[in-house]
Ligand binder design. Structure first.
Ligand SMILES: [Zn+2]
Length: 536
């Protein structure tokens, strides 16, 4: 039942820029200036290109000249602030890929969706007589149409309509071997006068047998898309990049895994499952009016119980709270696997993926907790025993790694989840109690009592085992002192015991381990640790 990433293909590097000087006025290098790198200054817009290679996602950069040329360039980190706005750009042209040495934006960027907008697609199907391409113009047009419908729905009032203004075929031999930026420029030239960006998107379909490692390219906040895999998940994802969105990632034990935030369109696409609804944090990034109306913002330092509807206008669809100390805005939404999410991967019976850390990630329905970073959206996981849950389920707590925020899923229905959110501290949060198979996760709390030299040491033990019913018994834990022989301890009906040493102890520190073996077939094992300090 393990899903596979259908769009993984053998890797091949991106075709590198072969002919750079397509349209830039290169400065001649005089003999006297031989020590100075040759530079040129021009005007245009720097764009980040997201390369969707599921093995190794990466970015490159292009300069979109005012004349419509596209040139691959290197952009040092210090100049990335100029990306996305019209600018005066200086390039060091001494290397095969020119390096930007200065970029002065001529305007400042404003949020892209400041008012509802109509979007337009310009479809180009590359017909390559040398290939065994199966992507027809009809297929390209139909795929684009499904992508447009997806984004009108997910645009939530920010995208008023999305049409295909023109769809053409374009014959190009050996298209797979061409520089993709040159191909973009050639395709764009078929639509003179169109300004590519928020409103106008150039959607180029390459031959389906181009054997790249990547399945699609797009420009972050730009208007260019290049598609190898002609399907809704790929096109919806690339359009998301054009709208300025980065990837959806998953946090597991403090590490972030790119693409594994697989609820919305900006994570992995698995098989042919539909992309899920746009994540709440991205809805806010795009300032979507209907999403804003359905978002409830909490005040930090409070305990609030709120019901979040999975879908539906007029209800609360997401909750946001901002940590004033870290500046992080947290978002909570209910992934119920119904309505627009019914045909997604996570709504299937076995929504498990092998994570890059080697463990299984369980995407079953629950409350998604996420935040935005400069590197994209991060969905935070709940760890239950050795299981990683991408969403938090009924009866369970999510606690952030900084222990500044906790959220309990109080109850769920088919369409809504009631959650309690505690901010400014984690309140009564306890670890998750159930695994995916319904096995209880016990917790062992070991508390040494004060002991002086010559006294018998005492240790309080408490076992929390959710599988124990009112007339049932706990399993028998074993206490080990300083690596010695394990000793059985009998717990009372409440899972508590006080263990007393058989004789007086000398001054020193004694490590104590309490092992709880779990009830047969009902709960998992657990360990608790403490140190007994014997003082004079
Ligand atoms: Zn991407």
């Amino acid at each position: 039942m393990t899903p596979y990433y259908r769009r993984m293909r053998p890797r091949r590097t991106l075709p590198v820029a072969l002919a750079l000087a397509v349209a830039l006025p290169w400065t001649a290098l005089s003999a006297a200036d031989a020590a100075t790198p040759p530079t040129t200054t021009t005007t245009g817009t720097l764009l980040e290109v997201a390369i969707d290679d599921h093995d190794a996602p990466t970015s490159t950069w292009v300069l979109e000249g005012d004349d419509g040329s596209l040139t691959e360039v290197k952009v040092p980190t210090s100049l990335r602030g100029a990306v996305g706005a019209p600018a005066t750009v200086t390039l060091d042209t001494s290397t095969a890929t020119p390096t930007v040495t200065a970029a002065r934006p001529s305007t400042t960027l404003t949020p892209q969706v400041s008012r509802p907008t109509a979007l337009h697609a310009y479809v180009v199907d590359i017909v390559d007589p040398t290939s065994s391409d199966t992507t027809t113009l009809a297929k390209a047009t139909a795929t684009t149409k499904s992508m447009e419908s997806y984004w009108v729905r997910e645009g939530k009032g920010g995208i008023t309509s999305f049409d295909t203004t023109k769809a053409i075929s374009f014959t190009q031999a050996n298209a797979c071997d061409m520089n993709v930026y040159e191909l973009w420029a050639k395709a764009a030239a078929k639509f003179p006068g169109v300004a590519w960006g928020w409103a106008n998107h150039l959607v180029v379909y390459l031959p389906s047998d181009c054997a790249y490692g990547w399945t699609g390219l797009a420009t972050i906040g730009g208007g260019y898309m290049m598609i190898v895999a002609p399907d809704l998940p790929t096109t919806a994802h690339e359009l998301g990049h054009n709208l300025g969105l980065a990837h959806s990632n998953l946090e597991i034990k403090g590490k972030t895994y790119e693409y594994f935030g697989a609820f919305g369109p900006m994570g992995f696409s698995v098989n042919d499952y539909a992309p899920g609804t746009l994540d709440a944090a991205y809805q806010e990034q795009l300032a979507l009016p209907k999403a804003a109306a359905a978002r409830r913002t909490l005040t930090w330092g409070s305990t609030t119980t709120v019901t979040i509807a999975a879908v539906g206008a007029g209800a609360v669809n997401s909750v946001k709270v901002t940590d004033p100390k870290t500046g992080t805005s947290w978002f909570f939404e209910y992934r119920a696997g119904r309505g627009p999410d019914a045909k997604t991967f996570y709504a299937t019976q076995y929504p498990f993926l092998y994570g890059p850390a080697g463990g299984l990630v369980d995407y079953r329905r629950g409350v998604q907790v996420s935040n935005l970073t400069s590197g994209g959206l991060i969905t935070h996981t709940t760890i239950a025993a050795d299981e990683t849950w991408a969403a938090t389920r009924k009866g369970e707590w999510f606690v952030d790694r900084g222990k500044r925020l906790a959220m309990k899923v109080v109850s769920t229905t088919a369409t809504a989840a009631t959650v309690q959110i505690v901010t400014g501290g984690t309140g009564a949060a306890t670890p998750p109690r159930w695994t995916r198979e319904g096995m209880a996760l016990p917790v062992v709390v070991v508390t040494p009592l004060a002991t002086k030299v010559g006294q018998k040491a005492r240790v309080n033990i408490r076992v929390i085992d959710a599988s124990v019913g009112s007339s049932e018994s706990y399993a028998v834990p074993r206490i080990t002192i300083d690596g010695g022989t394990p000793i059985n301890v009998k717990l009372d009906a409440n899972g508590r015991a006080t263990w007393t040493a058989s004789g007086p102890w000398a001054k020193g520190s004694y490590p104590v381990q309490v092992y709880y073996p779990g009830r047969a077939g009902q709960s998992l094992k657990a360990n608790g640790y403490a140190t007994v300090v014997v003082t004079p």
